[in-house]
Ligand binder design. Structure first.
Ligand code: GLU
Length: 324
């Protein structure tokens, strides 16, 4: 029996349940790696599992969610076979498949498979209102939470810092708190600013803007323009005004997309059933988190996916007429 990183027995372990008669139904356990509990990945995994588990009697799949360090951790756990599925930023999906950027040492993860795209994730910087920070450039000399290793924001922050010629030494302090810890650190005045690549609205940014006075910071300069122009997985993004207390104006930044990934080691039938559960109940899925309100099934099946589609997803999308 395989063990996941919490030491819990998991994953494609088959048990037999005797269902009334002597018919044994095989149960398949699958786990989704997400992110911090106040982010959007965690409820994303929860929404997917909820729809999958509703059909358990028919397909025998039991879906569970795990809070993790984020994108890079999830991709590595899928690669190592500790998790069947993960939510990951489109930039890290791209780099993992191609073996570039922070995946260069490990080399290409050729078995990585895209399943579908979920919500947009603007690169989001929040600063204490009293810190004198209104643009990314103002972070110089400040106390900044750059994100835990393994998180998508940490990777994307490093890419942006490289593009600007900055190092960690440009900050008075660079902390590595987990996503779910940083809003409190901000409001306790232990840091001046925090970085989170996350869908909106998110619990974390709500916490940061309601527990104390804080502002969303503009991230728009020559370096971001070049990143957007040079890379297919980056795009200009806007965090709409009015979503968070004290932040009534739109804020310009750049962003990625959240994607749902797996590997060639996960059987096509399982991926097919998971995709079917979500897409056949897309209205309900959209209602499970406000960041999903504008999701379009066709875009979900085709956009922001850098690795090849998983064969199980491809089968469903063809049947549903979402791809040719
Ligand atoms: N984009 C973040 C990451 O890759 C996670 C965001 C979330 O949990 O919603 O680590």
């Amino acid at each position: 029996m395989r063990k996941n990183f919490f030491g819990i027995a998991c994953a494609l372990v088959s048990t037999s349940i005797m269902a009334g008669s002597a018919i044994a139904q095989e149960q398949k356990f699958v786990s989704i790696g997400t992110g911090g509990v106040t982010g959007v990945y965690y409820p994303t995994g929860g929404a997917i599992c909820r729809l999958v588990n509703r059909g358990r009697k028919e397909h025998g799949i039991r879906c569970g969610v795990e809070s993790t360090g984020g994108s890079v951790f999830n991709i590595n756990a899928v690669r190592g076979g500790e998790l069947e599925f993960g939510v990951a930023q489109s930039d890290w999906q791209y780099h993992a498949y191609h073996g570039t950027s922070r995946f260069e040492e490990q080399g290409p993860f050729e078995g990585l498979r895209a399943i579908f795209a979920v919500h947009p994730e603007p690169f989001t910087v929040v600063a204490r209102a009293d810190a004198g920070i209104s643009t990314f450039e103002d972070l110089k000399g400040k106390r900044v939470n750059v994100g835990n290793p393994g998180s998508g924001q940490r990777g994307t922050m490093e890419v942006l810092m490289d593009a600007m010629g900055w190092t960690m030494g440009d900050f008075a302090l660079s902390s590595e708190l987990q996503a779910a810890e940083q809003s409190q650190a901000l409001c306790d005045n232990n840091i001046d600013a925090m970085v989170y690549t996350v869908g909106h609205p998110s619990g974390s940014i709500q916490e940061a803007t309601t527990s104390c006075d804080s502002v969303l910071v503009t991230v728009q300069n020559d370096a971001t323009a070049k990143l957007i122009a040079d890379n297919p997985y980056y795009r200009a993004a806007t965090i709409p005004g009015g979503m968070y207390r004290g932040n009534d104006e739109d804020v310009a930044t750049f962003g990625v997309g959240a994607t749902f990934v797996s590997s060639t080691d996960v059987p096509d039938d399982i991926v097919y059933e998971v995709v079917k559960a979500v897409f056949e109940n897309i209205d309900q899925f959209r209602g499970l988190h406000p960041a999903f309100a504008n999701l379009d099934p066709k875009e979900m099946a085709t956009e922001g996916l850098s690795a090849p589609l998983h064969a199980g997803a491809e089968r469903y999308f063809r049947e549903a007429g979402l791809i040719d």
